[in-house]
Design a protein around this ligand. Sequence first.
Ligand SMILES: Cc1cc2nc3c(=O)[nH]c(=O)nc-3n(C[C@H](O)[C@H](O)[C@H](O)COP(=O)(O)O)c2cc1C
Length: 209
Amino acid sequence: MPDTVPAGATHAIYELMNTQRAIRRFKPDAVPEAVIERLIFAATRAASGSNLQPWAFVIVTDERKRKTIAEALKSLFEARGALVDPSTIEDPVRRRMMQGVVGLFSNFAQAPVTIIPCLVNATSPAPDGLVAGSSIYPSVQNLLLAARAEGLGTVMTTPQTGIMDTLRSELDIPAEATPVAVIPLGYPAAPFGPVNRHPVATFMHWNGW
Ligand SMILES: Cc1cc2nc3c(=O)[nH]c(=O)nc-3n(C[C@H](O)[C@H](O)[C@H](O)COP(=O)(O)O)c2cc1C
């Protein structure tokens, strides 16, 4: 990365990206509506195929509704046996992550906001296969980065297919909209910090693999 910044450019976004860790513990403090609106503004500035903007964001602040979703998630993960006892994991990094995951899905409603991004009537690109998400996930990433910029924690989670009936009935999500993630949002009770990734050279293939 060059260390001088040309006029009109800013490198602040690299710092945000490098410290936008998965946050799985939240303070109970409410998130102001104006801040949430800025996050959705950021999300909805993303690109989409043919600029169809095939998205909707269901923002759940209502405690009863959040608890219903949280209970559905807890039941789902218990039924799948996905919440492994962290003390059985030897690797300390994986053990800490599982502690976070168990804490999150045991009490998803601890976060004061749950956001459900939905893909709506997507026709460009074709709504099937691997590219189906390409008109919604850029907007989700915008949202996650904007949250980091606001000092808010999030973690991308994708258990929505396992709780689809609950999401549709509790939140009146119509048939043409498909939830694509379930994102808790709140002021973090765990620190932001550098993400743990392989060196960039691992992933680069100049002029061919
Ligand atoms: C598609 C996707 C699905 C994910 N699903 C979950 C999930 O179900 N539960 C969870 O706790 N974290 C989930 N995560 C968060 C990742 O586990 C996390 O981002 C990754 O371990 C790297 O950690 P970091 O973001 O703190 O650097 C998901 C992330 C992505 C991109």
